[in-house]
Design a protein around this ligand. Structure first.
Ligand code: FEO
Length: 135
C-alpha cells in the first residue's frame, strides 16, 4: 500500500504544478517502499537525493511563477520552502553519516509536510494564478 495517494482535491488547476506534485508523491512512495523492503543504504541515499533535487526543481518553478505575477504571499511561501529544504538537507546529511534511520516517523513527517503544504500555502496561489491565466 502506498504511503501517500494523490487526490483530485490536491489539484492547483495548473498542469505543470500538478505533475510536479505527483512526481514528489511518487518519490516519497518509492522511499517508503525502499524502507519497508530494507533496501541498501546506497539505494535509499539515491532516492533521498532524487527527492532533494526534485523538490528544488519544483520549488524554483513555483517561486518563479509567484514572482512573475507578484503574488502577495510570496515571501511567506518561500520561507516554508526554505525551511523544508533545510530539513531535508539535514535528514540526508544525518542519514549518510549513519546518525539517522529512515523510520516511519521520518516518512510521516515528509508526507504530512507535503500534504499540508499543498493543501495550505500552495492552494493559496492556485486561484490567484488561475485568474492571471496560468493553468
Ligand atoms: Fe508545491 Fe509550495 O510547493
Amino acid at each position: 500500500m502506498a504511503l501517500f495517494d494523490w487526490k483530485d482535491s490536491f489539484s492547483m488547476n495548473i498542469k505543470a504544478v500538478d505533475e510536479q506534485h505527483k512526481m514528489l508523491i511518487q518519490t516519497l512512495n518509492e522511499l517508503h517502499e525502499a524502507m519497508l523492503t530494507g533496501q541498501a543504504r546506497e539505494v535509499i541515499s539515491g532516492i533521498l537525493k532524487s527527492l532533494e533535487d526534485y523538490t528544488q526543481v519544483h520549488f524554483s518553478y513555483e517561486e518563479e511563477l509567484m514572482k512573475r505575477y507578484n503574488y502577495p504571499d510570496f515571501a511567506k511561501h518561500k520561507k516554508e520552502h526554505d525551511a523544508f529544504t533545510q530539513k531535508v538537507g539535514e535528514f540526508i546529511g544525518k542519514y549518510q553519516k549513519g546518525h539517522l534511520m529512515l523510520s516511519l516517523e521520518v516518512m510521516n513527517f515528509l508526507k504530512d509536510w507535503l500534504k499540508n503544504h499543498i493543501m495550505g500555502v500552495d492552494k493559496g496561489y492556485s486561484s490567484f494564478l488561475n485568474e492571471k491565466g496560468v493553468v
